[in-house]
Design a protein. Sequence first.
Length: 192
Amino acid sequence: MRKLFVLLLIVLFRLSCLAQTDSIIEFHWSALTFANPDTVFAISFEKMKLTELPNELARFEKIKRLNVSKNKLTDLPDFIGEFSDLELLDISKNELQNFPIEICNLGNLKTLIANRNSFDRIPECIGYCTKLETIDLWDTPIAIFPASFTNLTNLKYLDLQGIKYGPTYQKNFQKTIPWVTIKFDPPCDCME
């Protein structure tokens, strides 16, 4: 009976922890003029048509989620790499020609949403993001994946839909990271 009670307490504790992470409120940047940076854990810049992120964002060092999707960003500021608590980063639907190297400093990053950008390669330093579980690169023309992808042992899901790869390439790439569920489009006679 005592073991059952202890087990019940453990389950309740874990459910409590899960509820706390899901209850993070995402604030739109326009609502943060007078906010205390220590009390904000999720910020959205979605659809603001920004070409660069404001320097004031650097004050919010404790954020866990950052959404800068659907803007006109061509790069990210250096201070993004200093957000050591960041777990989710959405940089989708921007005008990024190169993978933002600042991302490689995000050791706690679990989810990277980078779909519909223009960069065609991921740098070797992505291997430092060992906590990554999900990467969404849908419709981003990635032609080169670094060898360090094999360091991403926590990676569970990789979305490569919208990118044309040949059957041999798909098969060989899947063999390099067999623990990952990879979503490919049907193979084509290209990129072999």
